[in-house]
Design a protein around this ligand. Sequence first.
Ligand SMILES: Cc1cc2nc3c(=O)[nH]c(=O)nc-3n(C[C@H](O)[C@H](O)[C@H](O)COP(=O)(O)OP(=O)(O)OC[C@H]3O[C@@H](n4cnc5c(N)ncnc54)[C@H](O)[C@@H]3O)c2cc1C
Length: 370
Amino acid sequence: MNILIIGGGIGGMSTAIALKRKGFDPEIVEINRDWKVYHVGIVVQGNFLRAMASLGVAEQAVAAGFVYKGLRLCNPPGKILAEIPGAALAAGLPSDLGLTRPALHKVLTDAVRANQVRLRLGVSFTEIINTPSGATVRFTDGTEGQYDLVIGADGVYSKVRASVFGPQHVPKFTGQGVWRYNIPRPADLDWAYMYKGKPGGTAGIIPLTRDTLYVFKVQAEPGNPTMPPATLAEQFRERLDGYGGLIPPLRAQITDSSQVVYRPLEALIMPSPWYRDRVLLIGDAAHSATPHLGQGAAMAVEDAVVLGDELARGAALPATLEAFMKRRYERARAIGEASIQLGEWEQRPTPDADPDGLLKRIFMLFQQPV
Ligand SMILES: Cc1cc2nc3c(=O)[nH]c(=O)nc-3n(C[C@H](O)[C@H](O)[C@H](O)COP(=O)(O)OP(=O)(O)OC[C@H]3O[C@@H](n4cnc5c(N)ncnc54)[C@H](O)[C@@H]3O)c2cc1C
């Protein structure tokens, strides 16, 4: 099969590695010529590491990150209300891991190169002519190719999605934004912390590397305002005002606006199926959720592993894609919608809101085999 992957992010690279390991020879086109990712943190859990183990790169990810013990849920003054140890889901691997995005990117790019994946950087597509018998793709470098399968792994603002499924499928602002800042990690900080209970969002701390942690605040930002860059540190400190526990000394270190990462939260869960004829969407292109559950990367890598499994069975493509949807849709939808629901309850709590119950249900769900 001639397989094209559009987008060399977490999902696209994982798919290329999964397919190579099953004997396929896919090609990636990635729009960014320098293929760099910005320096922020990412948290992943046991199901991410289980999926990375299927790609043969779990140990590299663990070595590149910082293993922590699990999550401490606190009230805003800082009292620890519950301790949720992580669930290790693969032999010899930990449960919870903090990583910088560049560190994860390096693990995956090293594996892409070691697997000799064909890769064109600085290239996107201009047109996909998608038919039941094959897809013709025209590229921005003036070339053209014929493919049996085109995988749209081009992220939340997917152009593949717009081109094949229509421009109506756009991610929507959820009403919240996330503020983040990296800070030196006190040597004894080896749990993640979430401070819940203030209206509008949650504050938290994630151990990221041996030397760093990041502080975050998810906050209701009505109207999705543009944040003047010079005010970011001050605005972030304001949003952490009134929290106790470990927050105050970390808050005081948020001083450099150029190091604050602010991002409005947007989400879109595509209805099933995520394929049309010869084009399949995976990762954020198909299901971009909010970071409330820290499951976006895991869902993208699981998509890759399942697609590799299903293609390797050698069934006709429509049956393969249907089998992929059967294993992926409900799981990714439930986890994505739960993330969005948690953010909705933070902004507009209802009498029946049960965020802790929902967290527990999703915690059980992502432990299930894919
Ligand atoms: C603020 C924030 C915090 C998050 N925190 C976490 C977290 O802690 N844990 C977690 O698991 N997840 C987190 N996520 C989600 C996670 O980042 C995504 O789910 C994950 O990156 C999805 O991988 P992907 O490959 O689908 O998309 P991406 O990683 O976005 O990759 C898409 C790739 O496609 C390329 N591309 C784009 N357009 C084109 C084009 N037209 N042609 C060719 N290439 C193209 C891009 O350059 C990029 O390399 C967070 C997301 C946000 C927004």
